[in-house]
Write a protein that binds this ligand. Structure first.
Ligand code: SF4
Length: 692
């Protein structure tokens, strides 16, 4: 009965980066309703379908309820129940055994997308254990933008959609389908209502493309050329902010020389974007004061990511849109504990020298290991053997590029423990599986450490099942067994108190407030300069030689050579219903999107004799899968867009739930990697299709 509902305030998480403030209705100890909280700083009452359905995961019959250990062959699906005391003891013994044999760095600690504090407790666990190797998908998510921003201008420039702007360029970003690190579409929609102009750069005709004044449908894998073309227009037509460039940039002459080779007509041939549209986009962006570039995760999805990101940073800078209200800003953190202190970085001072990725000469400050390098360490002992893996909130067998290599690597591990809500294809390969609490079942803090200048309160709403523990608690107890116990907490919730301590707030007071945000500060460089070696925005990187990085953004060709045997270009797009490989077992979500679908243009479908709903075999040089055809002109006739993250909870547990049947990453490879972050071609690769 509606009058018996009690409403609680919290923030959404675990189905993307989170950030939507929620009102959660509880009846009889169960969550029965979820809606957006109009007071939400990021969402103003908005939620997506995932947020509204997120409590469906709590009472699911297949949810893991107690710890288990493997009793058959690895991956055979045979398990034995364990008590928590035994599960922790066996996990500690497994990790310590690998440590004795290969050293602490022979054990890696893994996480998928950081959602709450558990991410940082995991880094702390790795640090205290003595391993420099935290494995995360940051090679294809967030870190390239963040770290390249730090090298170029001293900070990670975030699109400021909270203050009035004149123009927003959605560059490979679709906030209506996926929350891009707290950039929730309600703020963008408000800007558009207030009259901001919209430019969309996307190979798919996303809904925002229909609302945009200009939609640049680029050839996938050519974003770096497109940005160079826009820079060419801005510079040759003298549209840049002359005062800012003169005072605050380093290497403008070099950049000018570099972009001379990319006139719009030449760039149009590479990118398929008409020259007049490249000119129009550059002119509009340069003229609008201020203008914000909301740059999405796909800029990090192929081996040329560094050049795309560098080019966009140069564009923001020379047009005077860095660190201005309504432009791309430095999001200052509120007064809370710094990351280094939280993770006890001081206890592992040699980490940068000892990390697996050091061997590959990646960009300095990248503090996690690319999954491609991790698997080489397992399969080829390069640069040293790794044989132990503790993982949480992650499903790499499906989510990482080159799934077959992941499967081989996991088969070779000597010890593997996974903490998760459900048995996933990855958990199914572990020695120990630990059941975790859901976000609504624990006290947590969101948005810490992702560079958006705020943290959100996520208080517990309901009790977890008796043996499902918060990840923080699991690691706090495991930490006491594998590292000095005095460096861990009596109760894991002390981590929340520690983090908030500089703010002077208790966790309860913080929850009352809902969120903490750093101050809006603009043009701080006028007092202090930019935090780079030259004190300016480095259009030409002054550290390029030292770090063996390209000094200037450039176009060195497509991510993969063209091959007439694979004439179509394969891309993917995030689903509004799932997050990568998550939650295929949630009935209401599965009803919304029951199976993997590949988008094919009508002309292309006709050429290959494929009808809507047909099973389609999609094949690249690296593998083949089957998905169902959706005939649509959302994609260009030369492009197909396949669904990512698919596996089948209803499939055979002894075959890891059909991990290779429709899984996009069977089609990708890690043989070719971008040097700067170890990024593979996660999309933008040649493929062919046929009716299956
Ligand atoms: S957009 Fe993200 S944070 Fe907001 S409700 Fe959806 S899943 Fe949750």
């Amino acid at each position: 009965m509606a009058e018996d509902i009690k409403w609680f305030k919290t923030h959404c998480a675990r189905w993307d980066h989170g950030g939507c403030a929620l009102l959660v209705g509880v009846e009889g100890g169960k969550i029965t309703k979820i809606k957006g909280d109009p007071d939400g700083y990021l969402n103003k009452g908005y939620t997506c379908p995932k947020g509204r359905l997120s409590a469906e995961r709590l009472d699911h019959p297949d949810r893991l309820q107690y710890p288990v250990k493997r009793v058959g062959e690895r991956g055979s699906g045979k398990w034995q129940r364990l008590s928590w005391a035994d599960a922790l003891a066996e996990t500690a013994a497994g990790l310590n055994k690998v440590k004795e044999k290969y050293g602490a760095k022979g054990v890696a600690f893994g996480v998928g997308m950081p959602k709450g504090l558990e991410h940082f407790v995991l880094i702390r666990l790795a640090n205290l254990f003595g391993s420099p190797n935290v494995i995360a998908s940051q090679d294809v998510c967030h870190a390239p933008r963040e770290i390249t921003g730090v090298h170029t201008c001293g900070f990670y420039p975030v699109a400021d959609l909270h203050n009035p702007t004149k123009l927003v360029m959605l560059f490979a970003s679709n906030p209506a389908a996926t929350n891009e690190e707290g950039q929730i579409c309600s703020n963008l929609d408000q800007q558009l209502k207030n009259g901001a102009e919209l430019i969309v750069v996307d190979p798919r005709r996303i809904d925002y493309a229909k609302k945009a004044g200009l939609w640049l449908r680029l050839r996938p894998g050519t974003a770096h050329a497109l940005v160079l073309g826009m820079l060419n227009v801005v510079i040759t037509e003298g549209l840049y902010d002359q005062e800012f460039v003169a005072k605050w940039t380093h290497g403008f002459e070099d950049l000018t020389g570099q972009v001379k080779d990319y006139p719009p007509e030449k760039v149009a041939e590479i990118t398929w974007v008409p020259a007049e549209d490249i000119r129009a986009a550059a002119r509009k962006y340069a003229a609008a004061k201020p203008a914000a570039i909301q740059w999405g995760n796909p800029v990090e999805h192929d081996v040329n990511a560094f050049h795309v990101i560098r080019g966009l940073l140069c564009l923001m800078a020379i047009c005077g849109n860095l660190e201005v209200s309504g432009g791309n800003v430095n999001a200052y953190e509120p007064k809370i504990m710094g990351l280094g202190q939280f993770v006890r970085a001081d206890l592992i001072p040699d980490k940068p020298k000892e990390m697996i990725s050091r061997h590959y000469g990646v960009i300095p400050r990248l503090m996690t290991i690319s999954p491609a390098f991790f698997r080489r360490a397992i399969l080829e002992d390069v640069p040293y053997p790794v044989r132990g893996y503790y993982a949480m909130c992650t499903n790499p067998l499906v989510a990482w590029a080159d799934s077959k290599k992941t499967y081989e690597a996991f088969r070779k591990l000597e010890f593997m423990a996974v903490a998760d809500l459900f048995m996933t294809p990855t958990a199914a390969m572990a020695d120990i599986v630990l059941p975790v609490a859901h976000q609504f079942e624990m006290n947590d803090i969101g948005h810490y450490g992702i560079g958006h200048g705020m943290i959100t309160a996520r208080p517990k709403i309901v009790e977890p099942p008796p043996e499902c523990w918060p990840d923080m608690k699991i690691m706090n107890e495991l930490g006491k067994l594998v590292s000095p116990p005095e460096l861990w907490k009596e109760d894991h919730e002390e981590f929340l108190t520690d983090l908030l301590q500089p703010s002077g707030l208790t966790y309860a007071q913080f929850c009352e407030k809902g969120y903490l945000k750093g101050p809006d500060r603009f043009k701080l460089y006028e007092e202090k300069g930019f935090r780079t070696p030259t004190g300016k925005v480095e259009l030409r990187l002054s550290t390029a030689e030292k770090f063996k990085l390209p000094a200037l953004p450039s176009y060195d060709g497509l991510p993969e050579e063209e091959d007439p045997d694979y004439p179509l270009i394969l891309i993917s797009a995030k689903s509004p219903n799932y997050l990568i490989s998550s939650y295929r077992w949630v009935k209401k979500v599965r009803e919304r999107e029951p199976e993997p679908v590949v988008e094919i243009h009508p002309e292309t479908a006709a050429r290959y004799g494929i009808a809507d709903g047909d099973e389609v075999r999609i094949e690249t040089k690296y593998g083949a899968i089957v998905q169902k055809a959706l005939i649509t002109d959302i994609v260009d006739p030369r492009v197909v867009s396949a669904a990512i993250g698919w596996w089948f909870p209803e499939g055979d547990p002894a075959r890891q739930y059909d991990w290779d049947k429709a899984n996009f990453n069977v089609l990708t490879s890690v043989d070719k990697l971008g040097k700067e972050y170890g990024t593979p071609n996660l999309k933008n690769i040649g493929c062919r299709i046929a009716k299956a």
